[in-house]
Design a protein around this ligand. Sequence first.
Ligand SMILES: C[S@@+](CC[C@H](N)C(=O)[O-])C[C@H]1O[C@@H](n2cnc3c(N)ncnc32)[C@H](O)[C@@H]1O
Length: 185
Amino acid sequence: MQNQTPARKHDDAPIGLALYQPDIALNVGAVLRLGACLGVPVHVIEPCGFAFSPAAWRRSAMDYADLAQICRHDSWDAFLAERPDGRLVALTTEGADSLWDFAFAPGDTLLIGRESAGLPDAVHREADARVVIPMQPGARSLNMAMAAAIAVAEAGRQIAASAAAGQDDAVGVHPGGVVGDAPTV
Ligand SMILES: C[S@@+](CC[C@H](N)C(=O)[O-])C[C@H]1O[C@@H](n2cnc3c(N)ncnc32)[C@H](O)[C@@H]1O
């Protein structure tokens, strides 16, 4: 694992995002900006469809790259060996559970598939849960950065609500990007 931004830690972030072999730099940029703004670490699993260099992510995420915690993994196997503890929750159009019914928990990493092909079967099997964002009949899929934003918002909302209700010690995903304080949402 290469943690590219050791100066800005979100180690106590309640959830993380992982992008499986993303194809499109602009989508990764949008997700890095999402992670930077909400204090959610972003794991990028190679190979990407473009050269995932510091220059590339600065181009796509602009100055938000400085706020993000980006962890680059050489392969799926490397990610499995290096990833943080907690459940792996696959976001997939073939999901078994609806996002609106799924109970997120602190420590979850939300796994997003590649734009061209989603997540392979082996990765589906490796996940602890498979979750779909319900869509209209006939709709194939959301843009991956949109799917990531919807899932992060719902997971953050649930975890913040649980913490506010005293159900656990979790903290929320903050709109102000602050991680580790009491939830303000
Ligand atoms: C553009 S989609 C992939 C489309 C791909 N052709 C497929 O069949 O999976 C990229 C990723 O966004 C996420 N995604 C998109 N729409 C989704 C939905 N409705 N529910 C859950 N995840 C979704 C998934 O992680 C998916 O792998």
